[in-house]
Design a protein around this ligand. Sequence first.
Ligand SMILES: NC(=O)c1ccc[n+]([C@@H]2O[C@H](COP(=O)([O-])OP(=O)(O)OC[C@H]3O[C@@H](n4cnc5c(N)ncnc54)[C@H](O)[C@@H]3O)[C@@H](O)[C@H]2O)c1
Length: 259
Amino acid sequence: MPDLSGKVAIVTGCASGIGAAAVRRLVADDAQVLGTDINAEAGQELCREIGAEFLQQDVSDRSRWSEVVTHAIDTFGRLDILVNNAGLVSGASIGEGSDEEMFAAWDHVIAVNLTGTMAGCRAAISAMVDNPGGASGSIINIASTTAITPLPTDVGYSASKAGVRALTKSVATWCAKQGHAIRCNAVIPGATETGILDATEKELPGFKAAVAATSPMNRLADPAETAAAIAFLASDECPFMTGADMLVDGGALSIHPGF
Ligand SMILES: NC(=O)c1ccc[n+]([C@@H]2O[C@H](COP(=O)([O-])OP(=O)(O)OC[C@H]3O[C@@H](n4cnc5c(N)ncnc54)[C@H](O)[C@@H]3O)[C@@H](O)[C@H]2O)c1
């Protein structure tokens, strides 16, 4: 298990799914964790149970980011890890619905998934450069296999996740060029058993079984399996990994579509 003792982490979207699993895993690996979520009730309850700090946050609210980072520094004295995990689907495809519906769905999913992730990177870097002992840190952005094989049924989600992938590489290389020991990597989950799939299942019955079958393992991921990759990237085990895409997809993107 990676040793995260002495490290301080922020995990967004901590109230359920992959974010909740990440908080559990990072705390188990001895990090001090501040979880945030737009859902205050569920986030608060989970963090209390696990022994993490909690703050309510809408990641698309720009001004809230500096308050969240300041809270982590005031509480724990430094910031080593940011997991930009909060995200949602829009359920809007390019040719359907009214313009009003399409643009509202697009603006919201881009604001949360992409702009929220960028705002998190920016706020975290400004704190990580001032860490006691010198600039250091690890940012983990949660993208999706839909960044590479997009969903015809959700143009905004797919585009936002492709954006997260490119954003990750830009952040990673900027930090490296500055000489900062701040890494930034993307975790690319395949279909994972969380509430986000339930939303799509409602629209498209049978979706879960269909996406499980895209993996040669023929199953969905357990969120704890994704959290294990997050903990590895958060640790000092991989100091030369930055700008990477870490697939946690049960081989879904590795198999020829004919098989
Ligand atoms: N489950 C999958 O199959 C899958 C696959 C690939 C990528 N992902 C990504 O993993 C991440 C976590 O999703 P999940 O699967 O655990 O889903 P989830 O719905 O269980 O969790 C998402 C969390 O984000 C929170 N959230 C939503 N909007 C927010 C906002 N504006 N500000 C702060 N918090 C907000 C929700 O309250 C929720 O707790 C997302 O970025 C998602 O796109 C999931």
